[in-house]
Design a binder for this molecule. Structure first.
Ligand code: HEC
Ligand code: HEC
Length: 302
């Protein structure tokens, strides 16, 4: 497998690597006369510093030359067996990706017994099981907390997972899909359709949807702008669309913040926000455990 867009770079690297080894061997070859006999007396170059500091012309020690030659032989052997020469895989067909996959499968196999108990349980029940909650929390702290916070309440651009406000839906299945496949929320920049003044009006209207302080005149103008530009994704009533991940704009829950400036910025410049897919990182059993824990956080009475 290769990430190169054209085979040129593969050949470039292969040729540079081979040329490097050939150069080393050639260099050693030019020094070969020292291989034959140990030199008794070193030549003096005649350069003297500080009265008694002389520059001699000692040959490279023989052990060093032999060692270097052995390295060249080793590297040729390595490049024949393992990947390293451009896109040539080596005759052993070794790949680190495959090794990761194998060790993941082995891990999955090893932890299966721990998860077996929960496989048949509905997720709601798993969420209530104290031991499952512990496993879920540990998995969350290791894999999710760096973005969503150790309390899962998120921060700017990282959604709070403990509330009832969901970009993509809060059913166990929807949460599991979010984790397994990742999510990519894109709001296109609207600066081509909407002027800065219009954006300021629309921002006041958006604030009014959540009952926040807003300028009444701007709200009236902004409503029109919202209907022209935003309802396709955020809905006529501003309640959003979970199929697109377009947030509900009426509940005073904010991914980026409620200030007029932030909303204007979102309108003019758009947003591009990504949750990385976990299916290559975590096993299906671990993902189910996490989904249960997240679902439990948002549905426990507190
Ligand atoms: C690199 C940062 C990052 C990591 C790590 C991460 N997430 Fe996310 N997650 C996000 C972002 C950003 C979003 C919002 C995506 C969007 O706006 O479209 C998100 C969205 C979500 C959603 C959807 C929320 C909703 O309102 O519908 C869930 C559920 C979720 N993450 C759970 C998890 C779990 C569980 C983990 C750990 C396995 C995790 N995330 C790891 C960044 C991350
Ligand atoms: C093509 C669909 C689309 C259109 C059109 C669109 N949005 Fe969005 N908007 C989204 C998506 C998707 C997100 C979430 C981005 C993310 O996950 O980070 C979003 C996010 C937002 C947010 C951030 C909400 C928060 O919780 O911080 C605001 C505010 C917003 N949009 C307002 C608007 C306004 C006002 C318009 C019209 C001028 C508009 N959007 C047009 C799809 C759209």
């Amino acid at each position: 497998m290769t990430d190169f867009v054209s085979s040129f770079w593969a050949y470039f690297i292969a040729i540079m690597t081979a040329a490097g080894i050939i150069f080393c061997v050639w260099l050693l070859f030019t020094q070969r006369r020292w291989l034959g006999k140990e030199v008794k007396e070193a030549k003096n170059t005649g350069h003297v510093w500080d009265g008694n500091l002389m520059e001699l012309n000692n040959p490279v020690p023989r052990w060093w030359t032999v060692f270097y030659l052995a390295l060249c032989v080793f590297s040729v052997g390595y490049l024949v067996l393992y990947p390293g020469l451009g896109i040539f895989n080596g005759i052993l067909n070794y790949s680190t990706a495959q090794e990761v996959k194998q060790s993941q499968e082995a891990l999955s196999e090893r932890i299966r017994p721990f998860y077996a108990r929960y496989e048949a349980m509905p997720i709601e029940q798993v969420a209530a099981d104290p031991q499952a909650r512990q496993i879920g929390e540990r998995l969350f702290l290791n894999n999710c907390a760096q973005c969503h916070g150790s309390d899962a309440r998120g921060s700017v651009s990282f959604p709070n997972l403990t509330d009832k406000d969901w970009l993509y839906g809060g059913s166990p299945d929807q949460i599991m899909t979010s984790i397994t496949k990742g999510r990519h929320g894109v709001m296109p920049p609207m600066s081509a359709q909407v002027s800065a003044n219009q954006a300021a009006d629309i921002a006041q209207f958006v604030r009014s949807l959540s009952g926040l302080a807003s300028d009444p005149l701007q709200v009236v103008r902004g409503k029109q702008g919202f209907e022209n530009n935003c309802v396709a994704c955020h809905g006529v009533d501003g309640k959003g669309n979970q199929a697109l991940g377009a947030p509900n704009l009426t509940d005073d829950v904010w991914l980026y913040g409620s200030s007029a400036d932030v909303i204007v910025n979102t309108i003019l410049n758009g947003r591009d926000n990504q949750m990385p897919a976990q299916e290559g990182v975590l096993t299906p059993e671990q993902i189910r455990m996490l989904a249960a824990w997240v679902w439990g956080r948002s549905n426990s009475p507190r």
